[in-house]
Design a protein around this ligand. Structure first.
Ligand SMILES: Nc1ncnc2c1ncn2[C@@H]1O[C@H](COP(=O)(O)OP(=O)(O)OP(=O)(O)O)[C@@H](O)[C@H]1O
Length: 543
């Protein structure tokens, strides 16, 4: 089941992680600042035009300035959102690769949590989109753009600049209060969303089991309850969001209204107090046109604030993955030497295999025989880096071995198939394989008769469960896939299990033909299959 922490890690750790994950990206913020400069130019155009009309001067240059600046604003705004989307795309791609790679290179013996992987690689990474594309540029722009507007306003009317700055302080205080409440509510909502989507993904994957045990009503109710919880938390987030946007709109409207009242009264000479500046119509218009721009960057930031909270919660999910240990896969060669090896799975009290010493020469075929539970599969998994090495050492070609992954063809006990055609399943072993090689592998694995009777043959579609295939057919596909791969090591886990005597004999002959030239390890219960090995290793007693 998916593990998403209820308790948030330290804000500092999370911020550092987000900073590293995103890197330095200033392009979109720079474009937003250019947009503010164009807004100042636009206001100058309006003010100049009004002055020219009243003083009967040339209006055209001001009109052109206004139009030009208006056009530039549209251009900068659209470039900023495009740049943000490109930067977000790059960050998401990197994080998705990291999440999948961390899951693939997880510690040996730790199972894949598909619900968590889906949450991380899809939802959590997607939550970084708005953070990079909108929030970060808006935050950087909000730190500088109001100062630019304030400076330009002060040049025309410093009293108006003081009025704008005066409304800023209570606004910032209100925003800090609302932001704190919103952050916690939003984090809870995100956790609920992750729970719901991970639970849904898990249950869809295990649908046949749910149906077989008639647990559909129970599971539907559980998913319904999780959806209710999400709806409740979403409403709370919306409540806080409405409150903070009301505060923002109030102060934005107040600042414009105060500036308008001041300019109107100053121009009419009706101010009740003397002010040490003389306001002209042009300056008044400039200040009025610019006043809404003072709060515009803050409005943009408030609209993107939810993106920040979403990214912080996503960071809580992605951080443990990024920190997990990664195995390294490198070229290895026989002989394989196992010295006093033990395998103990996480959470198990006793080792599955202990004190195993074994030397496998290049080109040798070794059969691992032993009763059920004696650890045959575990030894193969150990070599593939899927089971943990708890004691002892493994060497390959004189160097410590981390994993044979990438160097070994593997046909496991429960062959994994992907949704797609039989051909696509086979090509997983060697995407460059030619048709002739595929035909040979198919014939060698004894798949010929099955493909001849199946509509579509090699291009017949399979689902991820291999529905419509018998257990033996699935094994043959896995074996054909292993034979197709040119890897120097061949690891087969009970390739002849559940086959009748004739099918077993045919498959044993196939394996006997495929094994020479590769270093082969076969886990089996079958003495007939073990008989083709150059050496038989007996593993201990059943647990
Ligand atoms: N991922 C795992 N986590 C915990 N214990 C495991 C895991 N995989 C295997 N085991 C345990 O390790 C022991 C050895 O299992 P393994 O599958 O290697 O035996 P085997 O000899 O291949 O059995 P069989 O012939 O039935 O396939 C068993 O007790 C099993 O329960």
């Amino acid at each position: 089941m998916t593990t998403i922490a209820d308790a948030a890690p330290g804000a500092r750790t999370r911020n550092r992680w987000l900073k590293d994950a995103v890197g330095r990206r200033d392009g979109a913020a720079g474009l937003l600042l250019l947009d503010t400069l164009a807004a100042i130019g636009f206001a100058a155009g309006i003010a100049g035009g009004v002055t020219a009309v009243t003083e009967q001067g040339a209006v055209l240059p001001w009109a052109l300035l206004m139009l030009g600046m208006g056009g530039l604003r549209a251009l900068f705004a659209s470039l900023a959102s495009r740049r943000g989307a490109v930067e977000a795309g790059a960050v998401k791609r990197g994080q998705r690769l990291r999440a999948v790679a961390a899951m693939l290179h997880r510690k040996a013996g730790v199972p894949i949590d598909s619900g968590l992987l889906a949450t991380q690689a899809v939802d959590a990474v997607e939550a970084l989109d708005g953070y990079v594309a909108r929030f970060l540029p808006a935050r950087r722009a909000a730190a500088i753009a109001p100062m630019l507007v304030l400076g330009a306003t002060a040049c025309a009317s410093w009293v108006s600049a003081v009025i704008l700055a005066g409304t800023l302080l209570p606004f910032v205080a209100a925003m800090i209060l609302a932001g704190g409440a919103a952050a916690e509510e939003s984090r809870r909502q995100f956790v609920a969303l992750h729970r719901l989507s991970a639970r849904f993904a898990d249950r869809v994957r295990t649908l046949p089991v749910v149906l077989a045990f008639r647990a559909e009503t129970r599971e539907t109710e559980a998913v319904g309850a999780a959806a209710q919880e999400l709806a409740k938390r979403t409403m709370r987030v919306l409540r806080v969001a409405f409150l903070s946007s009301a505060a923002l709109e109030f102060f934005a409207a107040l600042s414009v209204a105060l500036v308008a009242v001041y300019c109107g009264f100053a121009l009419l000479g009706l101010l009740p107090v003397a002010v040490p500046e003389t306001l002209t119509l042009g300056r008044g218009f400039f200040v009025l046109a610019l006043a809404p721009e003072f709060y515009a960057p803050m409005r943009r930031l408030a609209a993107a604030y939810h993106d920040k909270q979403a990214a912080e919660t996503a960071a809580d999910t992605l951080m443990p993955t990024a920190a997990s240990e990664r195995a390294v896969s490198m070229a290895v060669a026989a002989p394989l030497i196992l010295r006093d090896v033990a395998i103990q799975y996480p959470g198990s009290d006793a080792p599955a295999v202990s004190h195993l010493s074994l030397r496998i020469e290049r080109g040798e075929t070794v059969a691992l025989l032993g009763p059920s539970g004696s650890g045959k599969t575990s030894v193969l998994h150990l070599l593939l880096g899927l089971a943990p090495l708890s004691a002892g050492t493994i060497e390959a070609g004189g160097a410590p071995l981390v994993s044979l992954a990438g160097q070994a063809s593997w046909a496991g006990q429960h062959p994994l198939l992907i949704a797609g055609t039989i051909r696509e399943n086979l090509l997983l072993a060697d995407p460059q394989a030619k048709d002739l090689a595929i035909q040979r592998a198919v014939a060698a694995a004894g798949l010929g008769p099955m493909l001849a009777t199946r509509p579509g043959g090699l291009d017949a579609l399979l689902d991820a469960r291999g529905s419509g295939l018998s257990g033996g057919e699935r094994r043959r596909i896995a074996l054909a896939r292993a034979l197709l791969s040119p890897a120097p090591f061949l690891l087969l886990d009970e390739p002849t299990a559940h086959l009748d005597a004739a099918a077993e004999a045919a498959l044993i002959a196939t394996i006997a033909r495929a094994a020479p030239g590769r270093t082969t390890l076969i886990a089996t219960h079958s003495p007939a299959l073990a008989a083709i090995a150059t050496r038989v290793v007996h593993l201990g007693t059943a647990i």
